[in-house]
Design a protein around this ligand. Sequence first.
Ligand SMILES: [Cu+2]
Length: 299
Amino acid sequence: MMFQMKGCKAVRGLAAVAGANLAVAFLSAGAAFAQAADFVIGAPRPNQMGLPYPVTPIAREMNFFHDAILLPIITVICLFVLALLVIVVSKFNEKANPKPSRTTHHTGLEIAWTIIPVLILVVIAVPSFRLLNNQLTMPNADMTIKVTGNSSWAWTWTYPKDEGGGFEFQARLLDQDTLAPGKLKLLDVDNEAVVPVNKTVRLQVTADVVGVIHGFVIPSFGVRMDAVPGRLNETWFKAEREGVYYGQCSKICGKDHAYMPVVIRVVSEEAYKVWLEKARKEFAQVESPVRVADASLAR
Ligand SMILES: [Cu+2]
């Protein structure tokens, strides 16, 4: 765990500052939940550098993989190639080197430039496959939620009945012309999905059968999953910090592709129970059976 923490220290610092500013704005907007001082706003920040602030074990591992392994290797390779180019341009131009060498083969050099890249790829492959394995191995989940990408460019969240839910609701982008202060442009939605902190959530991702493929993404969770009509994909996350986390559909799914953000609010276990109770009542009518016209009235 230690090595993962180290890689994202700088990101954490930046996020804390931006998060605090946004949290103040959010509080003034009168959010429905009481927010702690270290409440995280998992959204892009002005002048942001690096990957989004990670709040799950997988996202931290991703950040470590990128910041501590890929980025240094890429930087060294780029500088090495740049140095070679500078040497070639300065030492072997027509003026400095009027009589070019006729050498075409060098066995040692050819073995070296085959073996060294292979070794670099092996070094990258080990943590890469470990991360992939951790992502795809489903742990024992504390709860399950289903999320469906709609052809009307909204996300439908379904909370199963046997886990205290038994309702579903749609999350739609807020009207951008009447956006309340503190609400994030093109990110905040009318109905946020809510999950408890420090719980492993199994997420079933799909799209409605008459629809298209959407991409379900929450960068701070390290979650990216295709929502495909007729297919139930599965992923998981365990958010370790309370906050509100944003993502956007990552598939070019149609005209309103840019207007279907993903929002998950992570709250304490108690706050989650309160929300669940409230949501069960609020969204109950969505589930009520469709009323069919009474044929006797037509007579
Ligand atoms: Cu979409």
